[in-house]
Design a binder for this molecule. Structure first.
Ligand SMILES: *Cc1c(COP(=O)(O)O)cnc(C)c1O
Length: 367
């Protein structure tokens, strides 16, 4: 989708907030722990190249989800290590090697497939994934880990890391977390060959479970200034949201009592009302279930009335405002503010999804 520049709908990304959030986490974890900044999914909607460029000197490497996201960073000139967190099938190995991307290897089956296809694995940088209870990817036993590491090393790959991922590090109940941690610790302790980088910590682990920090951390949502638990657990220190989202009124009118607004005529005015229209909609990531939530205008909360359309949203105003009046969807406006977590709570989802769904149609402006 083309980025729509000639429209007042704009996401502003404060890159200095991201670097100060990284420093804040680093100040709260042991100094010798390496930092991998997770910039997958276009840096959670903030812009992967811009974020990576800005923070590269603060971190030891980056994590992305697939090979294309890694190549995007290499083509932008980034030179730090880049770990692909998802599984890349063996037929793409040469692309990874040519771009010095580190692959996650998650099963013996993968190694066997690569060998059957006679794919050269020498010089390939790899981390081993351990499934300690997340149930997505990774080896599930010590014997498979040992066999896989030995096979990869024999094939000439550099096994630089081993990692696991927690399913519940962002929840108050830590029983599942402790089970996963115990499994991973024991497996790592018993390895025939232990890689240099051992990592299990996502943002939530770095914030609330220092016992889950090994020699590196993978920091995602916290560097963008949001709480991984939503509203469940309090942050132990402050981080600053990096993204705000604004638009402007492009149409304002007074409607009489009993007038309908939007598709399906789901809203009918109960008195004379001022209605404003905003140039954005669900194609920008402002999903239809935002009907009934608020936007901020002139420091006041104004409800979204009627259905959210693909490209337009209607809001109820307390009075008439001039065309071009600023409307804040995420961020501060006067004394009011709306966070991605507030939106997520209203929508019954998580702040991660709110940010990732902001589409390419919304331009990102950096400061
Ligand atoms: C996305 C992801 C992370 C980062 O998670 P946050 O909760 O955003 O910190 C870390 N590790 C893996 C394997 C991931 O997929």
């Amino acid at each position: 989708m083309i980025s729509s520049l000639h429209r007042p709908t704009l996401a502003k990304v404060d890159l200095s907030a991201i670097s100060s959030n990284i420093k804040e986490v680093q100040n709260h974890i042991p100094q010798d722990v390496k930092t991998l900044a997770v910039v997958k999914a276009n840096a959670y909607g903030h812009g992967a190249v811009a974020v990576a460029n800005h923070v590269q000197d603060l971190v030891d490497g980056f994590c992305v989800s697939n090979i294309d996201e890694g190549i995007e960073l290499r083509q932008a000139g980034l030179r730090k290590p880049i770990l692909i967190l998802g599984v890349v099938l063996p037929d793409e190995v040469s692309l990874a090697r040519d771009n010095r991307l580190t692959l996650t290897i998650a099963s013996l089956d993968w190694l066997e497939m690569a060998q059957e296809q006679q794919i050269a694995l020498d010089g390939l940088l790899v981390h081993l994934a351990v499934d300690s209870g997340m149930g997505r990817i990774g080896v599930r036993s010590l014997s498979e880990a040992n066999e896989l590491i030995a096979g990869l090393r024999q094939a000439g790959s550099q096994v630089e890391g081993i990692f696991t991922h927690f399913a519940t590090a962002d929840e108050a109940d830590d029983r599942k977390f402790q089970e996963q941690l115990a499994f991973f610790k024991e497996l790592v302790a018993d390895l025939d060959y232990c890689p240099e980088l051992v990592h299990a910590s996502n943002s939530a682990t770095s914030l609330w479970h220092s016992e889950g920090i090994f020699t590196a951390v993978r920091l995602g949502i916290v560097i963008y200034g949001l709480n991984p638990s939503g509203q469940e657990l309090a942050l132990p220190y402050t981080v600053k949201p990096a993204l705000s989202l604004d638009t402007a009124l492009v149409h304002v009118k007074k409607i009489p009592v009993g007038a309908d607004v939007g598709y399906g005529a789901t809203y009918t005015s109960s008195q004379e009302e001022w209605i404003g229209t905003l140039p954005m909609g669900y194609a920008d990531g402002w999903t239809r279930d935002m009907q009934g939530f608020d936007v901020l205008i002139d420091g006041q909360r104004c409800p979204i009335v009627g259905r959210v359309s693909m490209d337009q949203i209607t809001v109820r105003l307390p009075k008439s405002y001039p065309l071009g009046t600023k409307v804040t969807l995420i961020g501060q406006n006067g004394n009011q503010s709306i966070s991605a977590t507030d939106l997520a709570t209203y929508r019954g989802t998580i702040n991660y999804e709110v940010l990732c769904l902001l589409s390419d149609r919304v331009p990102r402006e950096y400061k």
